[in-house]
Design a protein around this ligand. Structure first.
Ligand code: NAI
Ligand code: MG
Length: 398
């Protein structure tokens, strides 16, 4: 095995703990790598005025692969107040470094798989026929366009005059919004490009083909959001017809999908959506398989071979300073497995996933979330495993 260099970006709060524990798991599994630390997060915003320093971008550019814990983000005004006084005069505006990272490297493909772990007490159950209780087996792979749409950052409050004038040329804007003062209007745009829409659709179909899923579900709202969702649906039909005739294309609206996912989650395979709806539907499915302690993600740019792998949870500041960390490291460990897939260390990924699934199904070692406790410092005394104990249990399976 070629020795890799991985950019480790712990970030803030629990991101630091789960990343440390995950590196311990990777080492124990036999993954040969050097880890270089990439600065990212709140500390660098407060002290340098930039939560995503240039040196971190350089490291990722050089080494191509990053593991990312989590960052703390705060609204614009709160962020400004915490900035070092000497930086406050510089007119700096806080922007999320993870969104910045996605845009800088064009990490436009985001994959969030959600599959049921056998024996996980957090699995979704539903009432079946008569008195029966069903535990549907979820196995979905959600492809979220990661750089455009509502997260594209093209937005204004009290838009500049030329923007406002342009909007006023649209009859619906004029009719529905033209009578409100400009100063009372906020606009967030939803821009889709053909290029990136095609890339996410093709990534979804390719995944379905490679892993034998029978359907790809487009989860948007083309009947109402006609231009962006409409374009995506049209392109999905064309791509399916031309290149993936053996995979079914299903079309669901995001609102209906959120209802369907508790009625029949087992029916879905690959799901593909724009940025915002992909974010929503992936959290929805994550809730069925154990929630944030289990939800992993990959984001990558296949052309550049750059990938950054992170749990979907945030920095959970309220748990960050416990003497003994209580959070579940599985989401981060599973994200690292996605990294191993990306760099084609598939055997190692299989080995670690099996260890995780064995620990979960045995049920002897469970973090507080898996014991349905509310997160407090005393959960370990009450029988929950700490973050480290969960990592130890995974390692003990190798
Ligand atoms: P969060 O994901 O940090 O935490 C929400 C709750 O989920 C926690 O209080 C905890 O109960 C549970 N939780 C999260 N991770 C867990 C784990 N590994 N094991 C067990 N339980 C877990 O989201 P929140 O509280 O909304 O945001 C906190 C900060 O994180 C904010 O500053 C937010 O901006 C940031 N954030 C960063 C993200 C990222 O780095 N990609 C994503 C989401 C939020
Ligand atoms: Mg989210």
């Amino acid at each position: 095995m070629e020795k890799r260099t991985i950019v480790a970006m712990p970030g803030d709060g629990i991101g630091k703990v789960v990343l440390d524990e995950t590196i311990r798991v990777l080492d124990a599994a036999g993954f040969k790598a050097d880890y270089v630390e990439g600065d990212i997060g709140w500390e660098f915003w407060c002290n340098e005025g930039n939560p995503l320093p240039e040196r971190t971008l350089k490291l990722i550019e050089k080494h191509k692969v990053g593991l990312f814990g989590a960052i703390t983000s705060k609204p614009k005004d709160a962020a400004f107040e915490e900035l070092k006084p000497e930086l406050q005069a510089k007119g700096l505006v806080y922007a999320s470094p993870i969104v910045g990272l996605r845009q800088h490297f064009g990490l436009d493909i985001c994959l969030r798989p959600c599959h049921t772990y056998k024996g996980n007490p957090l699995n979704f159950i539903r009432r079946g026929v008569g008195e029966t209780i069903d535990e549907p087996e979820v196995d979905v792979a959600i492809f979220r366009q990661n750089t455009e749409g509502l997260y594209g950052g093209v937005e204004w409050s009290d838009p500049p005059a030329d923007v406002y004038d342009a909007l006023m040329t649209h009859p619906k804007f004029e009719k529905n919004f033209g009578h409100h003062p400009k100063s009372e209007i906020s606009v967030s745009t939803r821009i889709f490009t053909k290029k990136h829409t095609e890339r996410i659709l093709r990534a979804a179909f390719e995944h379905a083909k490679k892993y034998g899923y029978k359907s790809v579900t487009l989860c948007e709202k083309p009947n109402v959001i006609r231009e962006t969702s409409g374009m995506m649906f049209k392109m999905a039909k064309e791509i399916q017809k031309a290149d993936y005739p053996n995979i079914e294309l299903w079309n669901t609206n995001i609102d209906a999908q959120m209802m369907w996912l508790t009625k029949n989650p087992e029916n879905y395979g690959v799901i593909v959506a724009g940025n915002m709806f992909g974010d929503i539907v992936s959290d929805g499915f994550a809730g069925l398989i154990g929630g944030l302690g289990f939800a992993c993600s990959a984001q990558f740019n296949p052309d550049l071979g750059i990938g950054v792998f992170e749990p979907t949870h945030g920095s959970a500041p309220k748990y960050a300073d416990y003497d003994v960390s209580i959070v579940n490291p599985i989401a981060m460990v599973e994200s690292a497995c996605m990294m191993l897939d990306f760099i084609e260390e598939n055997d190692l990924a299989v080995k670690i996933r099996k260890a995780v699934s064995d620990v979960v199904s045995e049920g002897k070692v469970r973090t507080y979330d898996m014991m349905k406790m509310s997160g407090r410092a005393d959960v370990v005394e009450r029988g929950a495993a700490s973050t480290k104990e969960m990592a130890d249990a995974i390692i003990a399976k190798f």
